[in-house]
Design a protein around this ligand. Structure first.
Ligand code: SAH
Length: 226
């Protein structure tokens, strides 16, 4: 999998690539992230990417031509999708993450200002995706969220057992729907934040009865969309 991100703030992705599981997976070559600066695809002296909206309105709109050049310059792999982030897009879900993880390449269009000239959505991208019903300042955080959720489905990125466990939960008569996590606990069994107050771990988890534990986990977890 190769993630191509086009943004006017490429530096946001530097620390993102230098920590934790993402850093390890990139070093191992399990996937790659290539960040492109939209300003490199401008032609004017000031490298401007935005202009005033036709018809009036507040703020600035990203121009179509730098996006056109940026997107046309990219080498496309066979199974590739170009995603435009917008709060008006289809809401991102775990099922979408599974679909995306089967591709060879995802290209992310990260908007800023009041958004992007609609002709980019109409002619240059495959899908419009939203992270949820709220408005961000830009598409970069959305791109990072999608990279995290897709890349952890790539074998080897987060370690095998967990990956398999999730797949198992997914397959068990759940109509192929994704399975979201049950509550988890670790030591100590009882935590006493102050005298007389005891925060206990559910006793079923300490019972050693694997059948009961599995049942509890299934009940506590949530099937996506419910
Ligand atoms: N004027 C727009 C908001 C633009 S926010 C409106 O009112 O709807 C600027 C950019 O942030 C957008 O172009 C988009 O790329 C990104 N963005 C904002 N909210 C988002 C969301 N919920 N999901 C994905 N991207 C989002």
């Amino acid at each position: 999998m190769r993630f191509d991100v086009i943004t006017i703030f490429p530096r946001l992705f530097k620390p993102f690539q230098e920590e934790s599981l993402i850093q390890r997976a990139l070093k191992k070559g399990l996937f790659s992230i290539v960040v492109h600066n939209l300003r490199d695809f401008t032609k004017d002296k000031h490298k401007s990417v935005d202009d005033k909206p036709f018809g009036g309105g507040l703020g600035m709109v990203m121009k179509v031509d730098p996006w056109y050049r940026a997107l046309k310059s990219l080498k496309k792999k066979k199974k590739s999708k170009t995603i435009l982030f917008t709060p008006r897009g289809k809401k991102f879900t775990q099922n979408m993450a599974h679909e995306f993880s089967k591709l060879d390449q995802l290209v992310f269009v990260c908007g800023r200002y009041e958004g992007i000239d609609e002709r980019v959505a109409d002619h240059l991208v495959d899908e419009e995706v939203s992270l949820g019903d709220f408005v961000l300042m830009g598409g970069e955080v959305a791109a990072m969220a999608v990279i995290e959720s897709v890349s952890r489905l790539i074998p080897g990125v987060v370690g095998k057992p967990r990956f398999l466990q999730e797949r198992l939960a997914k397959g068990k008569g759940r109509g192929g729907k994704g399975f979201l996590e049950y509550p988890q606990y670790t030591r100590p069994e009882v935590f006493e934040p102050k005298k007389g107050v005891r925060w206990k771990v559910p006793s079923v988890l300490l019972s050693g009865d694997h059948k009961k534990i599995e049942e509890w986990k299934r009940k506590q977890g949530r099937v996506i969309g419910k």
